[in-house]
Design a protein around this ligand. Structure first.
Ligand SMILES: [Zn+2]
Length: 113
């Protein structure tokens, strides 16, 4: 299985309760015992980012944003939890809060990008 695939531009803004059953889902993220070791779903920054975006579960957060062309990112500095929307593969984005190039996209933190 290859969770990192093509991301159509139209995927942005997809409703969580949308018509997922009308077509085969572009992306399915159901971690089992094996994939949980592949993805860092318990990374503190990832949990913080998911919560900042209103998700109680990191998996829901990743599932919603895995297809996005702009996705939430968080500053990886220990004393900064600034969030912003950046490119899905961003791993050294400029943080507007602390001025460091430490903004990392949630998908990158999870090990998906
Ligand atoms: Zn920062």
């Amino acid at each position: 299985m290859s969770p990192v695939g093509q991301r159509p531009l139209s995927a942005r803004g997809r409703s969580r309760e949308g018509s997922r059953d009308s077509a085969a889902p572009l992306f399915s993220f159901h971690p089992d015992r094996k994939t949980k070791h592949m993805f860092k779903l318990t990374h503190p920054k990832l949990v913080t980012l998911a919560e900042a975006e209103g998700y109680a579960d990191v998996v829901d957060f990743l599932e919603d944003h895995a297809q996005g062309c702009i996705v939430p990112a968080i500053c990886m500095a220990p004393d900064c939890d600034h969030t912003a929307e950046l490119e899905p593969d961003q791993r050294a984005g400029f943080c507007e809060a602390c001025g460091r190039p430490s903004m990392k996209c949630g998908l990158v933190i999870a090990g998906m990008n």
